[in-house]
Design a protein around this ligand. Structure first.
Ligand SMILES: C[S@@+](CC[C@H](N)C(=O)[O-])C[C@H]1O[C@@H](n2cnc3c(N)ncnc32)[C@H](O)[C@@H]1O
Length: 183
C-alpha cells in the first residue's frame, strides 16, 4: 500500500502508479526534441515505444491512495490521473490530516508537507509538522514513512527519529527526504 495524506494535485501517488504499471517516463510526450533532427531515426523510436508499451503491467498489486483537505486539489488530482490514464489504479479522497487513519496494516506513507508559507491564522507550520509526526506515530504503526521537506527546523518538529536522510532537490530547492520506521 502507498499512501500520501497531503497529496495536493497528486504528483506522488501518480508517479507511484506510473512506476507500478511500468509506464516508461516520457511516453505521454507528443514529440521529443530530437525528432526534429535531420538524421532522427523514427522507425527506431517507434520500435522503442512499442517495446516500452509491451512491458507495461495491466494491474497494480498494492493499492495507491492520496488524500488532502482541499477538495479543489483533489479534483485536480483526479483530472491528472485521468490524463495519465491511471484513474482506475489510484484512489483520491478529501480528508483532513487530523482525520486520517491508516488504510492497511502496513505500507509506505510518503508526503511532501507544506513549507515556506503559513498555513493559516490559527496555526503555524511547526505545529503542523508536530501533528504530522503524531499522526504517523500513533496511527501508522508497522508502516515506513518518507517525508520530503525543504526546511530542516520544521523537519525536527516532526519529533520522530529518522532512520535515513537523503539530500534531494525539489526543482531548484535543496530538500531533505527523511525515512522513518514506525513501530
Ligand atoms: C506542498 S503541498 C503537496 C504538493 C503535492 N505533492 C502535489 O503534487 O501537489 C502540501 C499539501 O498539504 C495539504 N494540507 C495542508 N494542511 C493539510 C491538512 N491539515 N490536512 C490535509 N492536507 C493538508 C495542502 O492542501 C497541500 O495540497
Amino acid at each position: 500500500m502507498f499512501y500520501d495524506p497531503l497529496c495536493g494535485s497528486g504528483t506522488l501517488p501518480l508517479e507511484a502508479s506510473l512506476k507500478a504499471l511500468n509506464i516508461a517516463p516520457g511516453l505521454f510526450r507528443e514529440q521529443f526534441g530530437f525528432e526534429t533532427w535531420l538524421d532522427a531515426d523514427r522507425p527506431l523510436l517507434e520500435k522503442l515505444i512499442q517495446l516500452a508499451e509491451a512491458k507495461q503491467h495491466e494491474t497494480i498489486l498494492a493499492p495507491i491512495w492520496g488524500s488532502d483537505r482541499d477538495g479543489s486539489v483533489i479534483e485536480q488530482a483526479i483530472a491528472n490521473a485521468t490524463n495519465c490514464g491511471v484513474l482506475n489504479h489510484v484512489y483520491f479522497a478529501e480528508i483532513n490530516l487530523e482525520d486520517v487513519a491508516a488504510p492497511a496494516d502496513s505500507g509506505v506513507v510518503f508526503c511532501n508537507p507544506p513549507y515556506g508559507e503559513r498555513l493559516g491564522r490559527d496555526s503555524d507550520l511547526g505545529a503542523f509538522y508536530k501533528q504530522l509526526g503524531d499522526v504517523l506515530k500513533q496511527r501508522f504503526k508497522g508502516w515506513t514513512a518518507f517525508v520530503l521537506s525543504g526546511n530542516k527546523e520544521l523537519s525536527q518538529s516532526i519529533g520522530l527519529k529518522s532512520s535515513q536522510r537523503f539530500a534531494v532537490y525539489n526543482g531548484t530547492l535543496p530538500c531533505q527526504l527523511m525515512k522513518y520506521e514506525l513501530y
